[in-house]
Design a protein around this ligand. Sequence first.
Ligand SMILES: NC(=O)c1ccc[n+]([C@@H]2O[C@H](COP(=O)([O-])OP(=O)(O)OC[C@H]3O[C@@H](n4cnc5c(N)ncnc54)[C@H](OP(=O)(O)O)[C@@H]3O)[C@@H](O)[C@H]2O)c1
Length: 363
Amino acid sequence: MSDKHGTLLIAGATGVAAQELIDIVERTPGWNAYGLSRNPPSGTTGAAGKTQYLKADMLDLHACRDAVRDLEITHIVYAARAPHTLYTAMLPGEKVGIESVGPNLDMLRNITMACQNPALRHVHAVQGTKWYGLHIGPFPTPAREDHPGHVPPNYYFDQRKFLVEGAAKHGWTWSVSLPGVINGRRVGTGPNLLSTIGAYAAICRKLGRPLDFPGKPGAYTALMELSDASHLAESIFWMCGDAAARNQAFNVVNGDLFRWQAIWPRIAEYFDMPAGSVRHMPLVQWMSDKAGIWDEIVEEHGLQRRPLGRVASWGFADFVFSYDYDVISSTTKIRKAGFSPMVDTEEMIFSQLDHYRGKRLIP
Ligand SMILES: NC(=O)c1ccc[n+]([C@@H]2O[C@H](COP(=O)([O-])OP(=O)(O)OC[C@H]3O[C@@H](n4cnc5c(N)ncnc54)[C@H](OP(=O)(O)O)[C@@H]3O)[C@@H](O)[C@H]2O)c1
């Protein structure tokens, strides 16, 4: 890192990558972190318990100002998003969801304005592959960061414009990460594909069914990538401090590719059940009456007593399993700039499933 010290505010601190970032900051001498969200955990958190949580609704500039009053924030990592209906878009007859620009831009602007002080050096925003229009349909692959995006609206475009103009006006620098589907070890703090797959497998097994692939047939065979939350957090911390990352956007994906076709039978084996067929069904609909079955599974296997909706994000899985086209982001730019770690996605999938099993979230 070029920046040897700092006070980092993570705005959207209970999101999927944020906790991993807090852990990294806590173990790095010279750095300390604050986390901000509307419903923060009480007290401190992070592996070392050093991070303090602040409570504010970022739609409210005054609330942001009150929350960071007297703090000299040097780096902001913005990792929030306004409520949206994007993941319900796969229901038959639903229109494709468009995430609203207004609140997503206001939230970033409010928290940045509230933290504006002479010590502020860098503002990072977590965005994603939707920059390339992944949510609309096939896009040119491997997607490179100089790709112009797609026809608006897309709040990422407006946030980027704000960062570029803000940096020029106030003298701080900016960076943006563009992850794919983020997979972390924290469950219940946002959409989580792998715990959803675990809950789906457990329900199918309980019903005596094989593990059918519930996505589109093309999604089973297309090339796909994922983003490990701790790898993403490491890259964000690197972007916050390294001169090569200033005023740049970087794809942050694991750096390898897979096809569900190859991994699905191994997932079935992991849950000790036969793999089934490709049978496209919106999980939002087909899992809507399965809460009772889940409660029986929880009882039978001595799992944590979490409602099904806090383990599985059916709409999110429907969204991801609808990509019946290649999803490939180039990692050339970030590697050339100096961030070279990569993650073996198959290993990540089974290690995270092991983790959820160890925590008794899934059987
Ligand atoms: N999740 C993924 O797999 C994924 C993949 C690629 C890109 N991304 C991108 O990553 C970014 C973050 O997404 P996410 O899925 O991690 O978001 P998320 O889980 O829905 O929310 C992240 C955080 O934002 C906070 N938040 C939401 N509204 C707020 C408000 N008005 N004021 C203060 N805090 C607020 C939430 O806490 P409270 O509810 O307590 O306020 C939470 O801590 C988005 O740009 C998204 O497109 C996500």
